[in-house]
Design a protein around this ligand. Structure first.
Ligand code: PLP
Ligand SMILES: N[C@@H](CCOP(=O)(O)O)C(=O)O
Length: 462
């Protein structure tokens, strides 16, 4: 299996090379050259299997020879051993034909743990075998950063720098990033938005002298391995509701488009998915684009669902690549136009996107109302991101197709919003009950490429 860039100008790489490289050198994102197909029998064989067994069957065709079957199975087992629920990603019923996929039982209480715990294992195994060391830089609106720090802290072949928007993540998210004492992890609070953090990260990848000097790697969903690990729970949940003999739909709280893009890959592999519904907060560029074809950036408005406060939705580029018939030149041109503020999706490409995706947007007040309503009438305390998913799913679901809404974070990560809506302040699980007492370590940084690069170079010298 080879991986090609969405901008068509970088050489194809193996899974392991693509994983360790992050962004392609032409600025594009890696995607598989072709999508492996699973037959109806392959999918039926997943019924009754453990999450780990499903993960092996779904991911194996993408991974290639770098990891043997035995090693890959072992890394999967280690990745999910620390999850707080035997099913890893349990489904609970909210209403007739509406189910919630709880993705918050990992070590940092967000769906990012599913991919990050596995990537930590894959990086460690690959880097030790190669005798190499990398510098991971990540951009986060809160959850990617905490999951990355948790997965990579203390690993000997990796230094990790996480850029987060100062003052725009929840206190739990911030403390998960700033309290680990291991000296290979560094939390950097940037003066700006998540989009600024992600833009500086991509600038570093496009600055080859810096990139090569620190051996830069990425664990955002820029990295194909992140998306791949998230494909698994689409299979495990759909199969437990009767797939492949029954189609299901998914609603996904969306920001950087990585999670829902994983659902699209599951569908392309043969999983019978009827609709994939994008659910956004007031930072609704994706909903506007799906409705009008105009992908126009504006100012990010901080919300009570801060992890989705994103305007430049990185993985949308992967969806556009397919919608434009895998024409890397066309995608490169759109991304150039994006630097000037936006672009219009062609009618043909918009129709191709609408074949798979629907969308909906939820206001701040509606988010609070749905936290209240889900608590009182569905018996589920939701985080604001998951509430946005449930709100959009309830508005859009068809009566005859089961809808699965992804619950992307634990309510205890966002206690202020949850308490305001429900009157309940959700406690942290026991294993992190002392999070508020731990001492923090963080560096304030300007939104400036040169000074960020110098800081990283200085820190990895010591
Ligand atoms: C809790 C939560 N929900 C939803 C999202 C959006 O997911 P994605 O960026 O993959 O669209 C994020 C951030 O990624 C998140 O942390
Ligand atoms: N919401 C994310 C933003 C980064 O997304 P990623 O999936 O590209 O890593 C976060 O929590 O940081």
């Amino acid at each position: 299996m080879r991986y090609i860039s969405t901008r068509g100008q970088s050489p194809a790489l193996s899974f392991e090379e693509a994983m360790l490289s992050g962004l392609a050198r032409d600025g594009g994102l890696y995607v598989p050259e072709s999508i492996p197909q699973l037959s109806i029998d392959d999918i039926r064989a997943m019924q009754g299997q453990s999450y780990e067994e499903v993960a092996f069957r779904v991911m194996r065709p993408f991974v290639g020879d770098g990891f043997s079957d035995a090693v890959f199975a072992d890394l999967i087992a280690k990745a999910y051993a620390g999850f707080g629920h035997g099913a890893r990603a349990p489904l609970v019923q909210l209403a007739p034909n509406h189910f919630l996929l709880e993705l918050f039982h990992g070590p940092t209480l967000a769906f990012k743990d599913f991919a990050m715990q596995l990537i930590g294992q894959l990086f460690q195994e690959a880097l030790e075998r190669r005798g190499e060391r990398v510098t991971i830089v990540g951009a986060t609106s809160g959850d990617t950063g905490s999951a990355a720090i948790e997965a990579f802290k203390g690993l000997k072949n990796v230094d990790v720098f996480i850029l987060y928007p100062h003052g725009r993540v929840s206190e739990v998210q911030r403390r998960q990033m700033t309290t680990p004492p291991e000296d290979n992890v560094h939390a950097l609070a940037l003066d700006g938005s998540f989009d600024d953090c992600q833009a500086r990260l991509k600038d570093m990848f496009n600055h080859f002298e810096f990139r090569d000097s620190v051996r830069l790697a990425g664990v955002n969903s820029i990295n194909w391995a992140r998306v791949l690990a998230q494909v698994v729970y689409y299979f495990s949940s759909a199969v437990s509701l009767g797939a492949p003999d029954r189609a299901v739909s998914f609603t996904v709280p969306t920001g950087n488009f990585g999670d829902i893009f994983a659902g699209y890959i599951a569908k392309r592999m043969g999983l019978p998915i009827d609709r994939l519904v994008i659910a956004t907060n007031q930072n609704d560029i994706l909903d506007r684009c799906m409705k009008t074809g105009a992908y126009q950036t504006g100012t990010v408005e901080p919300s009570i669902s801060p992890s989705m406060d994103i305007q430049v939705s990185s993985n949308f580029e992967r969806a556009l690549f397919d919608a434009y018939g895998r024409d890397g030149g066309a995608v490169a041109q759109l991304m150039d136009e994006l630097k000037q503020g936006g672009f219009s999706v062609s009618q043909g490409a918009l129709e191709a996107l609408r074949e798979h995706f629907d969308s909906g947007r939820v206001s701040e007040q509606e988010t609070l109302d749905w936290i209240t309503k889900a608590n009182t009438s569905m018996g589920e305390l939701l985080c604001p991101h998951s509430a946005i998913g449930v709100a959009v799913a309830e508005a859009q679901r068809a009566a005859d197709v089961p809808m699965i809404t992804l619950a992307t974070a634990h309510p205890a990560k966002f206690p202020d919003a949850v308490e305001k809506a429900s009157g309940i302040r959700p406690p942290l699980p026991n294993r992190m009950a002392d999070l508020y007492e731990r001492s923090e370590r963080v560096t304030r940084v300007d939104n400036d490429l040169a000074s960020l690069e110098s800081l990283i170079q200085e820190r990895i010298k010591t």
